[in-house]
Design a protein around this ligand. Sequence first.
Ligand SMILES: [Zn+2]
Length: 373
Amino acid sequence: MSTTPALARAPTPSWVLAAMLSLTYGCVPSDFDYDTADDWEVAAAEIRDGIAEHLAIDPDAPRPPLRPVWIHGRQVHDGYAIENVSFASLPGVYVTGNLYRPLDAAGRSITAPGSLPAVLNPHGHFFEPGWYPRTRPDMQARAATLARMGAVAFAWDMVGIGDSTQLEHDAPSVPALQTWNSLRAVDFVRSLPEVDPTRVAVTGASGGASQGFALVALDDRLAASVPVAMLSAVFAGGDPCEDLYPDGLHGTLEVDATAAPKPQLVISDGGDWTAHVPDRELPFLRHIYGLYGAETNLESVHFGSEGHDYGPNKRAAMYDFMARTLGLEAPGEEPPAVPHATLVVFDPGHPRPQDAVIGELGIAGALRGLGGG
Ligand SMILES: [Zn+2]
């Protein structure tokens, strides 16, 4: 595990103390030690730099072309269409996913430039036989409903899962590549002519929220976020791909707080490490949003009798938030899932490109050019 010199050199910031106290006492201090937005901005910049340094990626590095972008397998449904997508996040490194696009009342594509918001939907470690995490019925319901509400929705694979087979999911480069792919997913949806680049939001549950936290911290282009079942002062996820943060950050809370003052809906439940969010994590977030005079931009919903998922009630809360925040229509009934096989990106008719870089050595080399030195 690499250390993070910038953080180690700095005077012990109060968020480090907060994290340490959280580990010890299971709570964040009531005195948050940030009196102004400027105070917090210093800490937030340190968090961003620490993540970038930990992952050895520079979010400001020049972005190589997304080409080749493949969009195929279009299927038209009531109010939306689904397409199967791959694009290059780095030369020879492919992101694979599904794009859900709104259709107008006549069933036609909506092409007016900049007319539609976009919602990114990274997935968590939710596995179900017969499906990719990306194609599971609840993910389809989420993305399809957002499309029927009027947003372009994109769901893509974690590295090493689903159609993403260039690197094993537990390989050392996964946290960096997964984060880079998230940044490129923003580039991808913003490259679609109909997408309004100022209205791009992200939502995910568990490991999907982990990807969202890192994305919000590193990418100022996000307009809003809905983290589900992952906010915690003391836990940042147990999977190797969630090794995203520098030493000293033991939970996701401070990283999530870098979203302030942008609109955010925190969704928590009683069945996992978000059980204490209303009393433990939200006061800190409210304090940070309050420094910007933006308390009303922070919303929360707690489902005390629910567990670790992105279930129907959580999705309904997210739809309501997205409708108000992005200017979407109210959600109708969630559409039924389509067969998994129709959502697969790489198949004999659409094989993975020949230039695909395979394995840790090659991927690490591709990432190396993104390092901050
Ligand atoms: Zn993982």
